[in-house]
Design a protein around this ligand. Structure first.
Ligand SMILES: [Zn+2]
Ligand SMILES: [Zn+2]
Length: 492
């Protein structure tokens, strides 16, 4: 542990607070199942947000909504004074992933409907369980504040980054969260900053053969912009990535000079300041393409989120609590269902579960043994803690929280081993007893960690000292001052 064990006081009997989660398990799993059914897309989570606000108000939290100008964002506060600990919730679904629960074959529930392929129905409900248990602790005469944040639009929209732009997270001392997964681990390392921008070109239509000199092609502008960006790739840092999708090619008639065309760009780099610098170069290429084709270009910021800042002090504390709470175990029936789901995967990666295995041989050997060489259908063990600053290729708007306040996350098993991300298999599993066990476990580990933090201000001080060092470069918000939350494309 990074913290000095001798000076730390851990509440010897936290079980009476954690018991709240078992006593009210039906409420938390019911919230998860309802949100699974609502399956609302990013920034349209009206029923989901209302359900949370109702449940939290009834429990005695003071609820504020909307937050940061986002209708489906909210915060629910209980307690008073310092320290202030934030627990984050997400609840958006993904399009095209409607799927019946508990079945191991592809069966849509709603034709072309949405589904919780990232497990955010469980993410929010597990965080809710944690907030209820922490409230019970605060009710016992302990001072401090817990804030449950309803963070919509993680898959697109990056609400947490908008909340960061408005400096909402600075009211916190610590932020804690989790994400459903196929492994039990404390998340460490970092990821990518990601900025999405739409470029819309407008030209003049004309007969492509009869009056070509009268036309100004917006599609030419998109093509020239893409060529310009291909040349830029040679002059980018190794960690940077640029992706694009042509979202309007101007129509279906080659004999018309296309008067409108549009392209959506995604710029990634480790640090937001580097991604913003690269973004400026892409903007210049777009301007150049417009100039070359005598079209006009309109740029629109879609969303953006920063890389995560790891925190060894918080991660160590999280691991201690995860180890004490323990991981879910499974019945024969659950294992058989997980096996059936696994046999439906079309493709999987052939690596051991857990990010630490790639960096630490000892952990890899342990995980190899525990997972029966990666063949276990449900990973019912906790991966040893491994601090890392390694970069993973994805992006999350938890990153923007972690640049403003010490933040830590865990992963809890809610899906079968090697489950593909954003898959119908995850939707199927997300409303079963496997998912329920995962969310209740996450709730207990987060609550237990939060109680340790309330009891030990010195751990908060140490986490903050570490944060000051790791975030010394300062926060560069990828969201412009005048941007409004919107959703086009995707994020992860
Ligand atoms: Zn996702
Ligand atoms: Zn997710």
């Amino acid at each position: 542990m990074a913290i000095n064990q001798k000076e730390v006081f851990f509440v010897s009997d936290k079980s009476k607070y954690l018991d709240v989660i078992d006593q009210q398990a039906a409420l938390f799993t019911d919230v998860s199942d309802k949100i699974w059914e609502y399956a609302e897309l990013s920034l349209m989570e009206f029923q989901s947000a209302k359900l949370y606000c109702d449940v939290l108000t009834k429990e005695g939290f003071s609820v504020e909504t909307p937050v940061a100008g986002i209708e489906t964002a909210f915060k629910a506060t209980y307690g008073s004074g310092k320290p202030v600990i934030g627990i984050l919730a997400e609840y958006d679904a993904l399009s095209g992933l409607s799927q019946q629960a508990g079945v191991a074959e592809r069966k849509e529930l709603v034709p072309n409907g949405s589904g919780h392929g990232c497990g955010h129905n469980m993410l929010g409900a597990g965080s809710l369980a944690a907030a209820f248990a922490v409230k019970k602790y605060l009710e016992d005469g302990n001072s401090g504040t817990v804030i449950f944040y309803g963070c919509p639009g993680e898959e697109g929209g990056a609400a947490k980054a908008f909340m960061a732009r408005d400096r909402l997270w600075q009211e916190l001392d610590i932020a804690l969260t989790w994400h459903p997964d196929d492994v039990n681990q404390v998340t460490s390392g970092t990821c990518n900053t990601c900025i999405q921008t739409e470029y819309k070109f407008t030209g003049i239509a004309s007969h492509a053969s009869g009056d070509p000199e009268l036309g100004r092609s917006a599609l030419d502008a998109v093509e020239l912009m893409n060529v310009g960006v291909q040349f830029l790739r040679e002059h980018m840092p190794d960690s940077a990535r640029i992706h694009y999708a042509i979202t309007d090619a101007g129509g279906n008639s080659p004999n018309v000079v296309q008067p409108h065309a549009q392209v959506l760009y995604m710029v990634r780099s480790t640090l937001a300041k580097d991604a913003l610098a690269l973004q400026e170069r892409v903007d210049k290429i777009a301007q150049g393409a417009a100039m070359m084709t005598e079209t006009t270009m309109k740029k629109r910021f879609i969303d953006g989120c920063s890389n995560t800042v790891p925190n060894k002090v918080l991660e160590s504390l999280f691991w201690k609590n995860f180890n004490e709470v323990g991981v879910p175990s499974y019945t024969e029936e659950e294992t058989a269902y997980a096996k059936a789901l696994i046999s439906s995967y079309e493709m999987t990666k052939d690596s051991l579960p857990g990010a630490a295995c790639e960096e630490n041989d000892e952990i890899a050997a342990y995980v190899d043994q525990m997972s029966q060489h990666g063949t276990l259908p449900l990973n019912d063990f906790l991966i040893p803690y491994h601090f890392s600053t390694r970069q993973s290729p994805g992006s999350t708007d938890v990153g923007d929280v972690s640049w403003l306040v010490p933040t830590a996350q865990i992963n809890v098993v809610t899906f079968p081993s090697k489950a593909p991300g954003h898959s119908w298999q995850n939707v199927s599993c997300g409303r079963t007893s496997i998912g329920h066990k995962g969310l209740l476990t996450a709730g207990k580990v987060i609550a237990s960690t939060a109680i340790d933090l309330f009891e030990n201000p010195q751990i908060i001080a140490e986490a903050k000292a570490e944060f000051e060092k790791r975030a010394a470069g300062g926060y560069y918000c990828p969201v412009p001052d005048d941007a409004v939350p919107t959703v086009v494309g995707g994020q992860m």
